[in-house]
Design a binder for this molecule. Structure first.
Ligand code: BG6
Length: 461
C-alpha cells in the first residue's frame, strides 16, 4: 500500500456537546451563551435554527456509537457540557448528566473506541458569562473545579483529556470580530480573555497531574500557517505579526509554558497587555501539554497593509497586515475557506523543527458543503470531493510522518452533519448524512471510504 500508517494510528472523528447533544434546556442542563444568544437574536443564525435542533446525541447516543463502530473508528472525541454537568456553574453536579456521560464513555469502550474528552467547546454557561465569563478570575477558578470534577468522575476510564477546543475562537468571535456572544469589540478585553483561558488551562493541567490517573492531558488548537505574499521584508514582517497573534499566542504557552517576548512587547507598546497577577508565570509554566490536538482547515495569507490605519478604529490584529487573496487559490466556496493541503505538513514540520516534535495528532480537518443532497446517487451522498480532500491531507500527514513527525492520528470534523454555530445546518461536514426532520442517518460515500482506510490502516494512490 502506498500510504501505510503506523499500527497504533488513531482513526476517528471529532464532535462537541453543544453541536450534537440537543436537549439543550432539559434533563437538568442550564443555558449556555448559545441558548441565550439564539433567544435574543435568532436572525444571527442560518435559517433561524438554534442549539436545540441538533443530531440529538443525548437521545441517539447508542445508535451513533454503533455507527462510529461501522466507520471503523478506534477513537472519538466529544466534549462534556459544563452547563449540563454543573448547571449553576460552580455548585452541585447534575446526576442525570453523570449517568449520561458514564453511558457514553462505557459504550465507547465496550465498542473498542477510545474516548477523547474535551472540557470546553465555546459553550460558556450563561450564569458564568453574566459574571463576566473569562474576564473574571472567579470563573477561571470555577472552570478548574469543573475540570477536576470531570477527572474525578470519569478519569478512571478516560485517558485522553483536552482542556479547550480552539480557545482563540471565543476570543476572536466574542471580543474582536462579533461572531460569538457577547459581541464585544475590544482588543484588551480579548487579550484578557485569551490570557485567563490559558491560566484556566494550566490550573486544569495541574489538577489532572495531581490525580495521577495514568492518562494524558492536552489542548486542541486551530493552527493556521501564515504565508506572506512575497519575500519582501514588509510582507514577511506582516505575516510574522499574524503568526504571533493567531498561532503563537496559544501555541507557545501550551508547548513552552510562556508567551513569545515579541508578542508581549508588541501588546505592551500599544497598551493592550492584560493585567497579570504574581505567580502567573509559574502557573503558566505548569501548563505544558502531554498531547497537542491540531485543527487545520485553511492557511492564512498575508501581505503588508496598503493603507494607513484609521486612528479612531478599534485596535485590531489587522492594524499590522492585510489579508491576501492569492490568485489561483483553491477555495471551498460554501465556507469561504481556502483548501491548501500542504499546510498540514508545514504545521507538523514546524512543530518538529521549532517545538521539539511534541506528541500531536490532527484533531480536526474537514470540509463543509452546502446542499449536499444534490450529490445523492442511489440514495447515498456521493461526496467524492470530501474523499479527495481527506486523501490529499492524509498524503501530506504521511509525508510528515516519514520525516519523523510525532503525529499519532487523524480525526475528521465530523462524524455526523451537525449544528455549526451561526451557520447552523448550512454546511454539512459529516461522514454520515443527517435528515434533520426525521433524524434519519445515512452513511455517505466518504464514510465508507474512511471505514476502509481505517480498517486497512492506509490507502493506495
Ligand atoms: C472548528 C470547530 O472551528 O470548525 C467546530 O471546532 C466547527 O466546532 C468546525 O463546527 C467547522 O466550522 P464552521 O464554522 O463551519 O462550523
Amino acid at each position: 500500500m502506498q500510504y501505510q500508517f503506523p499500527e497504533t494510528f488513531w482513526w476517528g472523528s471529532a464532535s462537541s456537546a453543544p453541536q450534537t447533544e440537543g436537549d439543550s434546556l432539559s434533563f437538568g442542563k442550564s443555558a449556555t451563551i448559545w441558548d441565550h444568544w439564539f433567544q435574543q437574536q435568532p436572525g444571527r443564525f442560518h435559517q433561524q435554527v438554534g442549539p436545540a435542533q441538533t443530531s440529538g446525541f443525548y437521545q441517539h447516543w447508542r445508535d451513533d456509537i454503533a455507527l462510529l463502530k461501522q466507520l471503523n473508528h478506534n477513537s472519538f472525541r466529544t466534549s462534556i457540557s459544563w452547563a449540563r454537568l454543573i448547571p449553576d456553574g460552580t455548585g452541585a453536579v447534575n446526576p442525570q448528566a453523570v449517568s449520561f456521560y458514564n453511558q457514553i464513555i462505557d459504550e465507547l469502550l465496550a465498542q473498542g473506541i477510545t474516548p477523547f474528552i474535551n472540557l470546553f467547546h465555546f459553550d460558556m454557561p450563561l450564569v458564568l458569562q453574566e459574571q463576566g465569563g473569562w474576564e473574571n478570575l472567579e470563573v477561571v477558578a470555577a472552570y478548574a473545579r469543573y475540570a477536576d470534577t470531570c477527572f474525578q468522575l470519569f478519569g478512571d476510564r478516560v485517558k485522553h483529556w483536552f482542556t479547550f477546543n480552539e480557545p482563540i475562537v471565543p476570543v476572536e468571535g466574542g471580543y474582536l470580530y462579533d461572531f460569538h456572544y457577547p459581541n464585544v469589540v475590544d482588543f484588551r478585553r480579548a487579550a484578557t480573555v485569551a490570557y485567563h483561558t490559558m491560566l484556566a488551562h494550566a490550573q486544569a493541567v495541574q489538577h489532572y497531574r495531581q490525580r495521577q490517573q495514568g492518562g494524558e492531558i492536552g489542548i486542541i488548537l486551530n493552527l493556521t500557517p501564515s504565508y506572506p505574499r512575497s519575500a519582501h521584508p514588509a510582507d514577511v514582517k506582516a505575516a510574522n505579526v499574524a503568526d504571533l497573534m493567531f498561532n503563537r499566542s496559544f501555541l507557545d504557552p501550551a508547548l513552552r509554558g510562556s508567551y513569545p517576548e515579541e508578542l508581549v512587547a508588541l501588546l505592551k507598546r500599544h497598551g493592550q497587555l492584560p493585567a497579570c497577577q504574581p505567580g502567573d508565570a509559574e502557573l503558566l509554566a505548569t501548563g505544558v501539554v502531554d498531547l497537542l490536538g491540531i485543527n487545520y482547515y485553511q492557511p492564512r495569507r498575508i501581505k503588508c497593509r496598503d493603507s494607513l490605519v484609521n486612528p479612531e478604529s478599534p485596535f485590531m490584529p489587522e492594524w499590522f497586515f492585510d489579508h491576501y487573496e492569492m490568485p489561483g487559490r483553491k477555495m471551498n466556496p460554501y465556507r469561504g475557506w481556502e483548501i491548501y493541503a500542504p499546510g498540514i505538513y508545514d504545521i507538523l514540520t514546524r512543530l518538529r523543527e521549532s517545538y521539539g516534535n511534541p506528541r500531536c495528532f490532527i484533531s480536526e480537518n474537514g470540509m463543509g458543503v452546502e446542499n449536499e443532497e444534490r450529490f445523492a446517487h442511489n440514495g447515498q451522498i456521493a461526496d467524492d470531493y470530501r474523499i479527495d480532500f481527506v486523501r490529499e491531507h492524509l498524503q501530506w500527514v504521511h509525508r510528515g510522518l516519514a520525516e519523523g513527525s510525532n503525529c499519532l492520528g487523524y480525526h475528521m470534523w465530523t462524524f455526523i452533519d451537525n449544528w455549526s454555530w451561526c451557520n447552523a445546518y448550512k454546511n454539512r461536514y459529516g461522514f454520515v448524512q443527517l435528515d434533520l426532520a426525521s433524524q434519519r442517518r445515512s452513511i455517505k460515500k466518504s464514510g465508507e471510504w474512511f471505514a476502509r482506510t481505517a480498517r486497512e490502516n492506509g490507502f493506495s494512490g
